[in-house]
Design a protein around this ligand. Structure first.
Ligand code: XCC
Ligand code: SF4
Length: 630
């Protein structure tokens, strides 16, 4: 927990709005974090178990007295690993259920003959999945691909189809550990089953099940989410976008779309361009309708439509505090239950849209995929009619920057090659990137992903880490709230080249790309897996051999734990800036931060200092370079 002064230095637009929140007597995430101190030591160490009603049980670590086992006899290793595995399963469930919703959306789009944006990608995926493409209409193919994707969740035999995208050596490692993901729902259910009271007590075996569920996310649910979203809504291409809370407009009806699934936000993009609704807004005295995005849904619509990126996780309450938001429209994940309380103090309507996420105090307008445009129109009209209720108590912060985003794998390969119409699954074309790495001009590639967390000054670790890496000629790719942090700090602008080492600067200037590439939302970390798989196959090595690393410097969600786990199991070195709740078990901590490397080639590292984290990543990259003899 940091005091407010920590935020004054950065570019987050947070200080001015935090002051307004104080003046308006609004409680924010920082107030609640302060009130929560000191936080429960048992929970922090992961040694509190509530898996059955004989508990809660907790293991006392700080003194020789006190219980060392749960009532059933579960040890600290069992309890901490079960808690960790259940978090991973929940994270995998969240990402994968999102993927399933997109697959359903593709199914309905086909059924209703609605536009399917990326036909090329659809055909490529159909071929990859062994679906007969010749002579088939787009709708027919989309329907078949959607069905096949939906079957990935519960098929009784075999393994996930996207596993085939991994390099051969990786697949062998997974086979040898029996963690090849089979069916997404099954792998998640198995974690819940095996961590039930009186089932699996071996922390290594519990983590093995967690790994399988996590791989079901990365090479399953998330990858389905990304690929099918691209097919349905378009594969992102590079373009400019504005970011930070300064994108809100005083004279317009402002709608913030917040959450995760692009189905809702895509329908809103259509609705806000409806001439009737724009006219209605003008009738109400506004200049027009201004749609902006927050968190991952913000990333989705920014990547595909250039909709401004209003902010990340820790800016959601502050967006309402501006006093100019007519509606905040949310679906699932990372939506603070505090929002209706904040909204109540202004005129803002908080509109929930998913049956999976209702919040007391919000207006619920359920989004129906079969009737998406009509639903979106109703929501937009609700916002328009709310414009007249705005008061004078408004503050739109000045902070606003422009950056270049839209780096899907296809766009990256295209930027590298100057070739158009490249399919992601065609390798070969990553040659210029590989050559730059081999020659040493580029030292390697690092991914910076994840959330905000009160344990870190908002965005600061993301930004310091990214700056230190690009200064040392490491190309950074980013998603999620990390991407918001980086764009706000100017790291996706042309000027960012000045912060780069000589090699990276030359590459960026040559290819006309920023040193920090925005690859999308958190499900789009599957794009990063895909890119690494292509590079590995091209170089004929495994992912674990590449001079690459990942970091989640401010992570907080269970999804981030699932991501971290599938990254490690994919052979990647993953630095966590916030300590996971595992330290009550020395064995589990050692397993995750050391032993896993011997098995999977990747491991977790815990490092809260972003500069030190950067240097650990740089050291790791140099070790890998040496091993590759480059
Ligand atoms: Fe959520 Fe995806 Fe984390 Fe941001 S980065 S706080 S998970 S919105 Ni995914
Ligand atoms: Fe306690 Fe065991 Fe029940 Fe957990 S499962 S609450 S350790 S008795």
């Amino acid at each position: 927990m940091q005091d407010e002064l920590s935020y004054v230095k950065d570019e987050t637009a947070i200080p001015s709005l935090l002051k307004k929140a104080k003046d308006d007597k609004i409680e924010t995430v920082w107030d609640r974090a302060l009130a929560m101190q000191p936080q429960c030591g048992f929970g922090e160490m992961g040694v509190c178990c509530t898996n059955c009603s004989m508990g809660p049980c907790r293991i006392v670590k700080i003194s020789p007295d006190g219980p060392k086992k749960g009532i059933c006899g579960a040890t600290e290793d069992t309890i901490a690993s079960r808690n960790f595995a259940r978090s991973v399963a929940a994270g995998s469930a969240a990402h994968s259920d999102h993927g399933r919703d997109i697959a359903e959306a593709l199914h309905y789009a086909a059924e209703q003959k609605r536009p399917i944006k990326d036909e090329k990608k659809l055909r490529a995926l159909a071929e990859e999945w062994g679906i007969q493409t010749e002579g088939r209409s787009v709708e027919d193919l989309a329907s078949k691909v959607a069905e096949k994707a939906l079957n990935e969740f519960g098929k009784p035999f075999g393994h996930l189809q996207f596993v085939e995208r991994a390099p051969q050596k990786r697949k062998e490692i997974w086979e040898s550990m029996d963690v090849t993901p089979r069916a997404i729902d099954r792998d998640i259910v198995e974690v819940l089953h095996s961590t039930h009271m009186g089932c699996d007590a071996d922390y290594r075996n519990i983590i093995t099940a967690a790994v399988r569920a996590a791989l079901s996310d990365g090479w399953g649910g998330s990858m389905i989410g990304t690929e099918l979203s691209d097919i349905l809504f378009g594969t992102p291409v590079p373009h400019e976008v504005e970011a930070n809370l300064g994108v809100l407009k005083k004279d317009c009806v402002n709608i913030v779309v917040h959450g995760h699934e692009p189905t809702l936000s895509e329908a809103l993009v259509l609705a806000v361009n409806d001439p009737d609704l724009i006219e209605a807004a003008k009738q109400e005295g506004a200049q027009g309708i201004n749609l902006v995005g927050m968190c991952c849904t913000g990333n989705e619509v920014a990547m595909r439509h250039g909709i401004p990126m209003a902010g990340n996780f820790f800016q959601q309450e502050l967006a309402v505090v501006t006093g100019v938001v007519e509606a905040m429209v949310v679906d699932v994940q990372c939506i603070m239950p505090s929002l209706p309380q904040v909204a109540k103090c202004y005129h803002t309507k908080l509109i929930t849209t998913s049956r999976k996420a209702k919040i007391p105090g919000a207006v619920h307008m359920e989004f129906d995929e079969k009737n998406s445009v009509e639903c979106a129109r109703k929501i937009v009209l609700e916002a328009v009619m709310n414009f007249k209720n705005r008061t004078d108590n408004v503050l739109v912060p000045e902070e606003k920057v422009t950056g270049r985003i839209g780096y899907s794998v296809e766009s990256i390969i295209r930027a590298l090659d100057g070739i158009t119409n490249t399919f992601a699954h065609q390798s070969g074309t990553v040659k210029p990137l590989v050559d730059a790495v081999k020659s040493g001009v580029l030292r390697g590639v690092a991914a910076i992903v994840g959330c905000n967390n009160h344990r870190v000054p908002a965005d600061q670790s993301h930004v310091l880490l990214a700056k230190e890496l690009i200064k040392n000629d490491v190309l950074v790719v980013t998603t999620g709230c990390g991407a918001h942090a980086c764009i706000k700090a100017g790291l996706m602008s042309e000027d960012a080249v000045k912060l780069c080492g000589k090699g990276l600067a030359t590459c960026c200037e040559l290819l006309k790309v920023p040193p920090v590439l925005h690859m999308g939302s958190c499900v789009d970390i599957s794009r990063i897996l895909q890119l690494l798989a292509i590079i590995s196959k091209y170089m004929n090595v495994d992912i674990k051999d590449l001079p690459v690393a990942a970091a989640a410097p401010e992570w907080m969600s269970e999804k981030a734990l699932s991501i971290g786990t599938y990254a490690v199991a994919s052979g990647i070195y993953v630095v966590l800036g916030v300590t996971p709740q595992i330290t009550g078990s020395e064995n589990l901590t050692k397993y995750l931060t050391s032993d896993m490397e011997n098995i999977y080639g990747g491991r977790f590292e815990i490092e809260s200092d972003p500069i030190k984290a950067a240097h650990k990543i740089l050291d790791h990259i140099e070790v890998k370079r040496k091993q590759l003899d480059i």
